[in-house]
Design a protein. Sequence first.
Length: 399
Amino acid sequence: MQSERKTSIDFNDTEVAFRDHSTNSLKQICVLFKVMNNRALMNLSKHLVDFAFTVGLPVKGLVKKTLYRHFVGGTSIEDSIKVVERLARRNVCSIMDYAQEGEESEDMFDATCREVIRTVEFARNHARVPFSVFKITGVGRLGLLSKVSEGHVLTGEEHAEYRRIEARVEAIFKRGYELGVPVMIDAEQTWIQPVLDNMVMGMMALYNKERAIVQNTYQMYRHDSMDRLKQHHRMSIEGGFKFGLKIVRGAYMEKERERALAMGYHSPIQPDKASTDRDFNEVIRYMLKHVETIDFMVATHNEESSLLLAGLIDEQGLPRDHPSIYFAQLYGMSDHITYHLADRGYNVAKYVPYGEVRTMMPYLFRRVEENSSVKGQSSRELSMIRAELRRRKSPTLIS
Ligand SMILES: Cc1cc2nc3c(=O)[nH]c(=O)nc-3n(C[C@H](O)[C@H](O)[C@H](O)COP(=O)(O)OP(=O)(O)OC[C@H]3O[C@@H](n4cnc5c(N)ncnc54)[C@H](O)[C@@H]3O)c2cc1C
């Protein structure tokens, strides 16, 4: 099948990217990004906000009106529905991301498991919510997952605890299977990935006979990800089940390198950004070539990789809304990519995190970190917002 379509997306066309924002709201976002651009100020704010929460100062309102409003869907699924519906009006899908981080207790793990199951049930009832997602450290203790991954002998108690983690993971995927909602598991630290891979491949064999309900994540900043991914793909073909996954570049680079250095093992991270980019883009080509046996999501804010996938879909004459292919970005970031892709009919989703203000703080400060300036230049987001404000002031001059 050959296509007549040409992929002509201009990510610099800010009108499409910001069409859901009034000029007033854009001005507010501009101020927010300007503040975030100031690394020194943000470092100071992080400590001040941490301190304020600790001693009970009323910062919640301020955070809620600024960072939280821009990057978070709401305090609960119900509270986030307005965001889901706003995105849906522009053909953008949502993936509800319950962002509970930090606390490690059995009660909390059970509660998170129940909440993730609620996101699966929510997705079942919303056409524009195609997946659910969760982190294994939301339902199990990092220390124990590391111990199992590294092959240490467990005590009887630890065995029981590990069984409870498996039971939670299975309960989530099982609910996805019952309701026909694909569920993705995020990738985290490389040193817990062996146990995760084991569990997830087992669940794929169980639940992916007809379609890819269980989906893993591959971080292409790992130099072994390409081989692992291909090996898992082969396993799925031999096992007669569908392979489901998302690819990301990877979010824990500094921690990974520091740990490898401190513990004296070879870093699992690629030597440079170009190597990560090369593998990321090569995997896009590989997955497209095997789209009959792979359901995949390309989760990135990288314009080049997004254009690559969009162009290949068109070149191969595949429908832009092919059910096995999704793009994804985070809510509040790279709207120029999301909205342009949705506008052209590609499948694209936003991760919409939700949770109480206090529990969202680690997530919010990671977004701040990504948007603050390293060398004094404006972040891409800030430049785009400024361009759109200029365009609105004199629309005929720019265009
Ligand atoms: C929808 C969504 C879901 C996500 N889920 C996950 C997840 O489950 N697990 C996870 O780890 N991350 C996840 N991320 C974050 C992701 O891994 C990246 O950190 C983030 O998206 C930035 O990468 P990029 O492709 O968007 O853009 P880019 O700006 O092109 O890439 C930045 C990334 O390149 C890599 N990189 C930068 N410098 C170097 C270097 N010197 N050497 C090697 N590599 C380098 C790093 O991974 C860095 O984050 C997710 C992101 C999105 C949008």
